[in-house]
Design a protein around this ligand. Structure first.
Ligand code: ADP
Ligand code: MG
Length: 414
């Protein structure tokens, strides 16, 4: 009974510790500071577990596998936590003959955690829990077999079973805590993003209208001036440069207006394939310039209701980005198909790809990695058009391999 009490007290302590550390780490924006704090919290948890190590019928039991497995799978600290747990265990309790057989078990655990971490993060929450629980089960089974080999009787090993059971509870609670905190963070990010977008759309609606009219007047007068034959060369060049810059400014304003206008003005029924072909035709010069080969597989996938000009604008922005992501050439694939009354448009490039951080920032106003060449408005507009057309977008990307966009629209049915 004392053992169970001890284990549960130990468990509450490490849960509390992780909770506090997570609260602290939320204050920091820098990923490295957060990781450092988490690593520190997990390390402290390992120390707490070691200090609660108890010997029952000659068997030492503790809960250190919980922080090691959770820290290894969720945060990639497996080797660090495993090695420090072994070192501190020997420091606290000395190195005895029973320590030798544990070495390969913990070594294997460290390697497994290290290799499994990137794969683990890509799984869904339920699978993550199963993997964590399976890891504890395998660890405990190996320790159990090891102790049997060392000559312990089955009745003595009852404590290992009790510890395993407590570890299950601990892993479930820790996983739940981490998953919930991840969800909260995601919602908070989404809220901040939504606020930013709302602000940008209000500002853009107000400013664009005010700026557009004087710009049109300036452009008109400059065009008139350039028609004057008596103008000499440097002045003509200045006028032409001014006109090009005005065109660029107009482009930006047009993007903003598309984004700011919430409702679709023209509603018509248009064929997806036809519109996409037009977009591709207008992108051909840019693709040729970048030695990008366009590969299409477009079935007759159906019709969408909405403004086809905006639909074209949306895919122009997406595909232009794809081509720009392949400055040394590559393939741009477009594949369209119909599935359960949903039109799916899959666009994929073999370009530079993006990190998960870059991916999460897509669609933010002014987010661009292209310096002066980019406006950071393209995808913001595309996302807004997709929302207006009641569609959805999913993006996957891998650095060095490329990016894929899957856009889904409800198909028009008579
Ligand atoms: P801009 O093209 O003006 O930079 P966008 O909103 O169109 O603005 O794109 C924002 C950023 O997203 C780009 O600067 C680029 O870093 C990234 N991006 C978008 N599409 C891709 C892609 N297909 N491959 C790699 N990076 C991309
Ligand atoms: Mg762009």
């Amino acid at each position: 009974m004392d053992l169970i009490k001890d284990l549960f007290f130990n468990l509450s302590l490490i849960l509390l510790l992780m909770f506090i550390i997570n609260l602290w780490s939320e204050r920091y924006n820098k990923e490295t500071a957060r990781r450092f704090l988490t690593a520190f919290g997990l390390f402290l948890s390992v120390l707490v577990c070691l200090s609660f190590s108890t010997e029952v019928s000659g068997v030492m039991v503790d809960l250190r596998q919980i922080p090691i497995i959770i820290g290894g799978l969720y945060y990639g600290f497996g080797p660090f936590l495993t090695i420090s747990s072994l070192l501190f265990r020997w420091l606290f309790y000395g190195f005895n003959p029973g320590s030798w057989p544990v070495l390969p078990i913990y070594g294997a655990l460290a390697i497994f955690l290290w290799l499994a971490h990137p794969w683990f993060l890509k799984q869904n929450a339920r699978k993550r829990l199963y993997v964590s629980l399976t890891s504890v089960t395998i660890m405990c089974a190996m320790i159990f077999i090891n102790l049997l080999k060392l000559g312990h009787s089955l009745s003595e090993l009852k404590v290992v079973l009790i510890t395993t059971f407590t570890q299950y509870i601990g892993i479930c609670m820790m996983s739940y805590l981490i998953e919930e905190m991840k969800k909260n963070e995601f919602f908070r990010e989404q809220m901040v993003k939504a606020q930013k977008i709302e602000l940008a759309s209000h500002m853009s609606a107000a400013i664009s209208h005010e700026v557009r009219n004087p710009l049109t007047a300036v452009k008109g007068f400059l065009q008139l001036a350039s028609e004057d034959q008596s103008i000499q060369d440097p002045t003509r060049r200045y006028i032409n440069t001014a006109l090009t810059e005005l065109d660029a400014a107009e482009d930006v304003i047009k993007s903003y207006l598309t984004f700011a206008r919430p409702s679709i003005k023209t509603v018509e029924i248009f064929e997806v394939r036809d519109e996409l072909i037009q977009v591709l035709n207008s992108l051909k010069p840019l693709a040729n310039m970048n030695s990008v080969e366009i590969i299409t597989e477009m079935t007759d996938c159906g019709y969408v209701v909405g403004d086809k000009n905006r639909f074209r604008q949306c895919f122009l922005n997406i595909m232009k980005n794809c081509i720009e992501a392949m400055p040394l050439g590559g393939n741009l694939r477009i594949h369209t198909y119909l599935m359960k009354n949903q039109i799916k448009i899959w666009v994929c490039d073999t370009g530079t790809g993006m990190t998960s951080d870059q991916l999460s920032r897509l669609g933010e106003p002014y987010y661009s990695t292209k310096g002066k060449k980019g406006t950071g408005l393209g995808l913001m507009v595309s996302f807004s058009i997709i929302r207006q057309l009641k569609g959805m977008i999913k993006i996957n990307s891998e650095i060095g391999k490329g990016t894929e966009f899957l856009v889904t629209f409800p198909a028009f049915v008579d």
